[in-house]
Design a protein around this ligand. Sequence first.
Ligand code: ITT
Ligand code: NA
Length: 184
Amino acid sequence: MRLAFITSNPGKVEEARKYFEPLGVEVYQLKVEYPEIQADTLEEVALFGLEWLSRKIDEPFFLDDSGLFVEALKGFPGVYSAYVYKTLGVDGLLKLMEGVENRRAYFKSVIAYWDGEAHIFTGIVEGEIIHEKRGNMGFGFDPVFKPSGFDRTFAEMTTTEKNKISHRGLALKAFSEWLKENLK
Ligand code: ITT
Ligand code: NA
């Protein structure tokens, strides 16, 4: 089976490919721009994009809307994570966190799949924002995110290691289990 992944982010594609490879599902990237509305939740953003795209794309496809939610910043950047990453970057986030003692944060990933109707799969990973960047694997905020119970940041983990515990890995797991049940 082949699955189209609508995203501009090659890091997301790499993770989905690695996840699905052993299951015999081939993921390929389709770069189609879609509107990302301003909304309070990742689910709303993902569903709006999904339904908008469903009018343009004739095959089953999925997208992923994710965010980093920092407790001390009241959940910011959250749904604004892509914007914050592009404008302030990882260094900008560290600046915002200067002098902040509570470093708790979580990543959330919402995968939305279209096969004639919408299906949503989510994953969350808790962790903390460390004080300086570490590692050069992964993408985005990975160098400053250390998942709870681990000594390494996501940027110090291989894709396979990250997939086992990450927000996206967990959403992909739920997605793949649903596919297994529903494609019989
Ligand atoms: P799309 O084209 O798929 O939308 P994007 O990079 O714009 O790609 P999002 O809209 O989901 O992705 O924005 C999420 C932001 O959060 C993005 O800029 C990433 O830098 C960051 N992010 C998402 N998942 C991440 C992960 O697993 N590790 C580190 N940063 C992540
Ligand atoms: Na985006």
